[in-house]
Design a protein. Structure first.
Length: 106
């Protein structure tokens, strides 16, 4: 779970929700705002997540909701699974960069 919690009317609710995700194995507690650690966690999610085509929330970062979506395509007779990442904006608008794919070392 990647989260940045600011002050709000229901701080306990936000903490309880995040702890539920950690308890279910769908989240991990990260310490501080270490961007390297956030990148490592996003790559772990990219390798392991299977959402079956649904947009699944994985947490928030800087006040934006982060989502992952698993897409399966057929390539040369084999199923190819890709996870794409999105940020939810105002309303139901989803934004992505690099078609939602994680950057990789060349």
């Amino acid at each position: 779970m990647i989260a940045k919690i600011n002050t709000g009317s229901n701080l306990y609710g936000a903490l309880a929700y995040n702890q539920e995700k950690v308890d279910e194995g769908m989240g991990k507690i990260l310490v501080g705002n270490n961007l390297k650690e956030v990148g490592i966690r996003l790559n772990e999610i990219s390798a392991k997540a299977r959402t079956h085509g649904a947009h699944e929330p994985i947490g928030t970062l800087y006040g934006f909701t982060l989502l992952v979506k698993t897409e399966t395509t057929l390539k040369e007779g084999f199923d190819m699974v890709q996870n794409r990442f999105f940020i939810k904006g105002e309303g139901d608008i989803l934004y992505n960069y690099n078609n939602g794919l994680m950057a990789a070392d060349p």
